[in-house]
Design a protein around this ligand. Structure first.
Ligand SMILES: [Fe+2]
Ligand SMILES: [Fe+2]
Length: 297
């Protein structure tokens, strides 16, 4: 269990009112996970514009060189482009970069025209290694520290969720197949006395599938932070998602990036003060509680 968790949004599609920071289509989070007096710092995704990301990192005075690990939630360029440049800016050797083993596959749309939307040239496995990465291709949940794990591959169990975008891939023997985004993973942080905080990139696996997969039986959901990829979802899917999310009774639903206005509006209607948008620079803090309910810090 963590004693505290601080999530800073380093980049997002929007910026808060009067913010001096830059927005971009994509997300990046900075996690500070504290346990027994030690803070570990994890960079989750890097957006698609490293210059804009580094600008925000500077403005926010984030100690990037203290990054302990990087987690990449899935292959899409708006989460991975410029990762080599960010690794170089971090300047470490053998820095763990945790992602699904299929991260570097071809991943493309064909409407309005063929376009690869996965990991771009310059950020392929060898480039990342040269820039200081120790690649950790893990399909299973991976514990970064007690109280903080990736979800690994997420089983698809609901009947109303799908990837949210029509994507294809090409197999090693040249077969063209629908790409179901098996690489989509999230992070689960467990904060003492509060419950689980789930940080997700785009939720291509479906946010309800993600939550059902990563929450232990009877475990409390404290918060969800990230993109829910409901931007093109049917009203039916949005309604079912909001209702299923309500059953977890989270204290915070911070949904931005690819969530889309209609889903944000529906989530706001259901969760009111427990709903939040996010933008570059938004911070969410979770302080663990002792058994008596006192703050642990
Ligand atoms: Fe995305
Ligand atoms: Fe995505």
């Amino acid at each position: 269990m963590l004693d505290s968790l601080k999530v800073t949004v380093l980049a997002e599609d929007s910026v808060p009112y009067e913010s001096p920071l830059l927005g971009q289509h994509g997300v990046s989070f900075w996690l500070e996970a504290e346990r027994k007096g030690h803070v570990r710092r994890i960079l989750v995704d890097v957006g698609q514009n490293p210059d804009a990301l580094l600008y925000n990192i500077n403005q926010l005075q984030i100690p990037l060189h203290q990054t302990d690990a990087i987690v990449i939630t899935h292959c899409h360029y708006d989460h991975t482009k410029g990762l080599s440049a960010i690794l170089k800016a971090i300047g470490k050797r053998d820095l763990p970069v945790i992602a699904h083993p299929s991260l570097f596959r071809l991943n493309f749309i064909t409407d309005p025209f063929f376009r690869h939307v996965g990991v771009m040239q310059g950020d392929e496995a060898d480039d990342l290694r040269k820039a200081g990465a120790e690649l950790v291709p893990a399909a299973d949940p991976l514990q970064l520290m007690p109280g903080l794990s990736t979800t690994g591959e997420v089983p698809r169990v609901t009947d109303f969720e799908e990837v949210g975008i029509s994507l294809s891939t090409v197999t090693e023997d040249g077969r063209v197949e629908k790409d179901l985004m098996k690489d989509d993973l999230a992070l689960t942080a467990r904060v003492k006395g509060l419950g689980a905080v789930v940080v997700t990139g785009c939720s291509h696996a479906g946010i309800i599938n993600i939550l059902r997969h990563c929450l232990k039986k009877e475990e409390r959901l404290e918060g969800v932070i990230g993109g829910l990829h409901l931007v093109e979802a049917s009203e039916d899917r949005i309604e079912k998602t909001v209702s299923a999310l309500g059953e977890f009774s989270p204290s915070l639903v911070a949904a931005g990036h690819c969530t889309g206005f209609r889903a944000q509006w529906a989530l706001y209607g259901a969760f009111r003060e427990r709903f939040a948008t996010m933008g570059s620079g938004t911070v969410f803090c979770f302080y663990g509680q002792t058994e008596k309910g006192d703050k642990s810090e």
